[in-house]
Design a protein around this ligand. Structure first.
Ligand code: GLV
Length: 328
């Protein structure tokens, strides 16, 4: 007589709150029972509080403000794996308090984000977007010696705020443009100086001496409105500000005023204070280039990010150490 045993393997459950590249989802499906929110709408706080505790791990996004209440509502969740290098959407203090592992996606997006900063820098300095619009609008009549006179990038002074992974990659790409590189960081970084021939200067000195200022810091209470009216006033009136970090690092109202008063040459912005809202005043300006937060948005990098999210979830839910924890 044969006895048939039905073996039910209880797979751990993972929720991915926003669609991420399939590579990460496919990998997760080899290990877990995976649910992806493909509804097209981001979960509200109430939905997160209602749903999260049904899962062992969550793949989160910048669109999910994971505050104290959300964290306290889901004791079953062992890990929040954020699909971003920045994790200002997560209350880290609350996560530490309740031993919730939080991971992010550093390194894999550094070059791509640095490239976005360079793309913005060139676009503003050489008036690329404005000139493109001019051609499309059928306004181009003939070659002209003074059409869209821009600003040279080579031989200028580059100011880098933040010498982390993205700041480093950004500095590295300046090679070939023969620029003087100034940097400001919370701590002096001798290796950065040596590697990129960069000079460590005081914050104010960087602002007043740079032709291009690019921001590469995380958003936290120390960096919120790091660049405000006073800092903008220090900048050269032909300087360009590039922000691919987080919108609230720059006081947007002060930036608009500085641009309106011609205190700056222009700005390249991938991030805004209240995304996806972009102030009308910025939309009206020709000397700014505005992107919809696409710093890390290449096919390759977003795929790498999805795999890193998956590896973090797999490691933690299978009892190993996370690959890229944001705190230890
Ligand atoms: C995107 O903004 C990120 O932090 O990865």
């Amino acid at each position: 007589m044969y006895i048939i045993y039905k073996v039910v393997i209880l797979l751990k459950k993972v929720l991915i709150t926003e669609p991420i590249p399939q590579a990460g989802i496919d990998l997760l499906k080899e290990h877990f029972d995976v649910t992806v929110n493909t509804s097209g709408h981001s979960m509200t706080k109430e939905e997160m509080i209602r749903e999260f505790n049904k899962y062992d791990g969550i793949g989160t996004s910048l669109l999910n403000p994971i505050d104290y209440d959300v964290i306290e509502s889901c004791p079953n969740v062992q890990i929040m794996a954020n699909f971003a290098v920045g994790f200002n959407n997560i209350d880290i203090e609350a996560a530490v308090k309740r031993n919730l592992i939080v991971t992010n996606t550093p390194d894999v997006l550094s070059d791509t984000t640095a490239e976005t900063a360079w793309a913005l820098l060139f676009a503003v300095a050489r008036r690329i977007v404005e000139a493109d619009r001019y051609v499309r609008d059928g306004k181009w009549q003939k070659f002209s010696t003074n059409l869209f006179l821009g600003m040279d990038v080579f031989n200028k002074t580059l100011g880098i705020i933040g010498a982390g992974n993205i700041g480093r990659r950004f500095a590295e790409k300046a090679r070939g443009y023969h620029m003087d590189i100034l940097y400001y960081n919370r701590h002096r970084d001798f290796e950065f100086e040596k590697q990129y021939n960069a000079k460590y200067v005081a914050f104010d000195e960087l602002l007043s001496n740079s032709d291009f200022v690019s921001i590469h810091v995380p958003l936290n209470e120390e960096t919120r409105h790091l660049i405000g009216a006073e800092e903008l006033a220090l900048m050269k009136d032909n300087a360009i500000l590039i922000n691919t970090s987080r919108g609230p690092v720059v006081d947007e109202k002060a930036l608009i005023k500085a641009l309106q008063e011609k205190q700056l040459y222009g700005a390249g912005l991938d991030v805004f204070e209240d995304e996806p809202h972009v102030p009308e005043a910025l939309l009206q300006m020709d000397n700014v280039v505005l992107l919809p937060h696409i710093g890390s948005s290449t096919k390759e990098t977003r795929e790498r990010m999805s795999l890193l999210v998956a590896h973090n979830l797999i490691n933690v839910l299978e009892g190993k150490a996370p690959v890229t924890p944001v705190f230890k």
